[in-house]
Design a protein around this ligand. Structure first.
Ligand SMILES: [Zn+2]
Ligand SMILES: [Zn+2]
Length: 317
């Protein structure tokens, strides 16, 4: 990324201009940078886990935010509001949906903008850098947990243990789940143990018990097979990532029969964001962050690609 500084512009109608205080580095930024996802806007400034301070209000933003307020900017930044998906509360599936740091400039910058309807008030009790990963890693992990339909007190398997997984695990644990983590990375295994999970295994090792639900956070299609094979009867595997390498051929008896299911997770709704941020306000989450300066964005992405840290990288302008 050569250009991380966009010129500061006045907020348009319905927008807030925000001074960036912290911006999380998400695996999706890597997929945008490396071309795993189609280009939506050439030269877009990435970053969709933005914690900022409102510095100017565009026309018609109403009374929800004032100058000086702390605000969160997440991935979803536009939906049509009228299609069949929007009308039934599935705005994450809106064909007109647009995204921060993909369709519009995001938070790898000193200033950015957000449509006020997609700006989030933030929970108290967290530092700016800790709040940033909540805005995508946290929200997506929360949606993935809902999609995995874990029964109360059930056994959850987590495949891959990065920024999103370490937050979803804490939500599941707070709800009384028994959590089993499968990951290749030693630092992440250590973090999982510290958070109090029931067991930790290698990336494709079988967990010690049959799982009621599982979430695949690693963008590795090969892991779909061991994750499905680890499910108990009626279990659900949710795939949390926006990008996954090819899934090998499934065997119906071994991977799907007994009403096991595989489900994708596509972005999130604003309701997911509100619910998760309310949860984070009520139950303090331990957010493991690795700060980088704004000029270190490329290094942060490279370190993420190579699994150099446990938890989440955050840029501090
Ligand atoms: Zn729509
Ligand atoms: Zn993200």
């Amino acid at each position: 990324m050569d250009q991380v500084r966009a010129p500061v512009r006045a907020p348009g109608p319905g927008e807030l201009l925000v001074r960036v205080l912290a911006c999380g580095v998400c695996r999706t930024d890597l997929h945008v940078a490396e071309g795993d996802l189609p280009v939506h806007r050439a030269g877009v400034v990435p970053g969709h886990e933005v914690v900022g301070e409102v510095v100017a209000l565009g026309a018609g933003v109403g009374e929800w935010f004032a100058r000086g307020d702390r605000v969160g900017i997440a991935w979803l930044r536009h939906t049509c509001g009228t299609c069949k998906f929007c009308r039934r509360g599935a705005e994450n599936l809106c064909p007109e949906s647009r995204y921060t740091g993909w369709d519009a400039d995001g938070g790898y910058a000193e200033y950015t903008t957000v449509p006020v309807d997609y700006a989030h008030p933030l929970p108290r009790g967290y530092a700016d850098a800790e709040l940033a990963p909540l805005l995508c890693a946290g929200i997506i992990g929360y949606r993935a947990l809902q999609r995995a339909a874990l029964p109360l007190g059930g056994r959850l398997g987590i495949y891959g243990f990065g920024g999103s997984a370490h937050l979803a695990a804490q939500v599941a644990l707070a709800r009384g789940a028994e959590v089993h983590v499968m990951t290749r990375d030693a630092k992440s295994r250590e973090l999982a143990r510290e958070l109090g999970v029931a067991s930790v295994q290698g990336a494709d090792d079988p967990p010690p018990v049959a799982l009621d639900a599982a979430i695949l956070f690693a963008p590795v299609g090969d892991l779909v097979l061991p994750a499905l094979a680890a499910l108990d009867r009626g279990g659900v595997l949710a795939v949390a990532g926006i990008h996954l390498t090819d899934i090998p051929v499934l065997n119906y008896q071994r991977h799907l029969f007994q009403e096991r299911e595989i489900r994708s997770v596509t972005a999130n709704t604003r309701a997911d964001a509100r619910e998760f941020l309310a949860f984070a306000a009520e139950h303090h989450l331990d957010v493991t962050v690795h700060p980088y300066p704004l000029a270190g964005a490329d290094r942060a992405l490279t370190d993420l690609a190579h699994g150099k840290f446990a938890g989440a990288a955050v840029l501090i302008p």
